[in-house]
Design a protein around this ligand. Structure first.
Ligand SMILES: Cc1cc2nc3c(=O)[nH]c(=O)nc-3n(C[C@H](O)[C@H](O)[C@H](O)COP(=O)(O)OP(=O)(O)OC[C@H]3O[C@@H](n4cnc5c(N)ncnc54)[C@H](O)[C@@H]3O)c2cc1C
Length: 459
């Protein structure tokens, strides 16, 4: 008899979410996490009374997306207390001015381009048969509506924010799915307690339904015999037997290092070698003596040509003016900063390769770009922390990518690796298998799909 029905390797959003679903269905579940905390790339730490996300987070559909679906499914619909980004809603910062999308974009572009863009947004809401767009880019879709450079640069920034790849790589279908579902839900938000509240809600569910979570437990191997999973081996050599193993550690790490390439057919391995990841990020976490803004979310952007912007990023060049995604967590939940203080987080996309060489310049230019948005920042600064691609790698592996497998053409829809691996009893969950959506919602959707496959198997 096995020690467990399910062993889950990794306590990121995907790992905790699948654990919550399966524990609620009566599976004897063990989750093993190598770090001393759960959450992976979606966790929060404390410093001087501030509660700070390791990344830079906002959540596309709050309770109306897959996080809500999972909690409803397990009867814990109130486990996350969402604050929606309204009053004031999201703002963009361009040419020294804050403005609201869509209505104020028309001040910057000709009326005909503005109405073409609005038509695109209306059409997106009605598009069916997305399969035909799976291997086309968002750029090719946009180009049917307008060639205005500023509009292209703006949509490219949206793609970099949502998917952390440029708009000429993101599959048009994934872009349409995310944009239309976001517009329909109209509930971009942030959880009280910081982003850790999401995996923590799932972890609480695992324990509530009788499952076990062990941190500081690194899995080194998945044991396979007779083409069937037998269990896992920890770094300390201990073997734990299990009927099913679900890995949240990433497809390459799981296949190449935890199992071994010899257990897979050649074409499967070749496909895995070809997969591409989204790029990484630099984030600044800024502690302030007093509030300097009442906005909840600002995105600053510049009108760089998208291809030029991405190519120079890949070459490791540091732009003078850096686009920044800037949530203000303490404006969603005042308890995230000590009384009277403010916490601002700002992030931008960078590549892992070559980042360290230019690290100081990246940080300096990002800080100056943030100061450009909030001129009162320097005189109110207490301190700021920095997270780099190296930190992201430590948190989730997956080549330090923000998302996991990039949602680019040939890697979305049916082209995405399945949560079911070609070894009996072995599954993958998180940003590397199945699912669709933005960041944590992709990982949560992957958990829903993985659960469906496991539950179907039981019938
Ligand atoms: C800077 C930044 C900004 C982001 N912004 C947003 C945003 O605004 N909105 C949004 O929705 N998402 C955002 N994301 C993305 C989001 O955080 C990720 O998509 C999501 O958290 C990934 O979840 P995952 O299930 O793939 O797990 P991961 O976070 O990759 O976690 C995997 C877990 O597995 C553990 N593990 C790995 N190997 C082992 C092993 N051998 N043994 C035991 N445990 C192991 C790791 O320690 C980790 O805890 C952002 C991410 C970053 C880095």
């Amino acid at each position: 008899m096995s020690d467990y029905d399910i062993v889950i390797i990794g306590g990121g959003v995907g790992g905790t979410a699948i654990g919550a679903i399966l524990a609620s269905k009566g599976f004897k579940t063990l989750l093993l996490e190598k770090n001393k905390f759960i959450g992976g790339r979606c966790s929060t730490y404390e410093k001087d009374g501030f509660k700070i996300d390791v990344g830079v987070h906002l959540f596309g559909r709050s309770s109306k997306g897959p996080h809500g679906e999972i909690l409803n499914m397990i009867g814990m619909e109130d486990a996350i207390d969402w604050v929606i980004c309204r009053k004031p809603g999201p703002r963009w910062f361009y040419q020294g001015k804050f403005w609201a999308f869509p209505r104020e974009l028309k001040e910057f572009i000709p009326a005909s381009d503005f109405s073409s863009l609005m038509k695109l947004f209306r059409d997106v809401m009605k598009m069916k048969n997305l399969e035909e767009f799976e291997r086309k880019s968002a750029k090719s879709l946009l180009s049917k509506y307008t060639n205005n450079n500023l509009v292209h640069s703006f949509i490219d920034i949206i793609s970099l924010l949502y998917f952390v790849i440029p708009y000429y790589e993101i599959s048009a279908s994934e872009f349409v799915r995310c944009l239309s579902s976001l517009s329909a839900a109209f509930s971009i938000g942030y959880p009280k307690g910081g982003c850790i509240s999401i995996p923590q809600a799932y972890a609480n569910a695992i324990e509530k339904f009788g499952g076990t979570i062990q941190t500081n437990q690194s899995v080194s191997k998945i044991i396979v015999e007779n083409e069937k999973v037998q269990g896992v081996e920890l770094d300390n050599g201990k073997f734990i037997s299990s009927k099913l193993v679900i890995s949240n550690a990433g497809i390459r790490e799981t296949v190449n290092n935890m199992i071994g390439r010899k257990f897979f057919q050649r074409n499967y391995i070749e496909n895995i070698d070809k997969l591409k990841y989204s790029i990484s990020a630099l984030t600044l976490k800024v502690a302030l003596k007093k509030p300097i803004t009442n906005f909840k979310l600002v995105t600053s952007f510049s009108s760089y040509d998208p291809e030029e912007r991405f190519n120079s990023l890949i070459k490791g060049k540091v732009p003078e003016e850096i686009f920044l995604f800037i949530p203000v967590p303490s404006n969603f939940d005042a308890t995230l900063a000590p009384k009277g203080r403010q916490l601002i987080i700002a992030g931008t996309a960078v590549t892992q390769e070559g980042f360290e060489k230019n690290q100081e310049k990246w940080i300096k230019n990002s800080f100056e770009s943030l100061q450009n948005v909030f001129p009162d920042l320097p005189e109110n600064l207490m301190w700021y922390d920095v997270s780099t691609p190296k930190d992201i790698h430590q948190l989730g592996g997956k080549e330090a990518s923000v998302i996991g497998l990039a949602q680019m053409m040939n890697q979305t829809g049916n082209d995405r690796p399945s949560p079911k691996l070609p070894i009996e009893g072995l599954y993958l969950v998180g940003g590397d298998a199945g699912g669709w959506g933005i960041g944590t919602e992709l990982a949560a959707k992957s958990a829903l799909e993985c659960a469906e496959q496991i539950l179907d198997r039981r019938i």
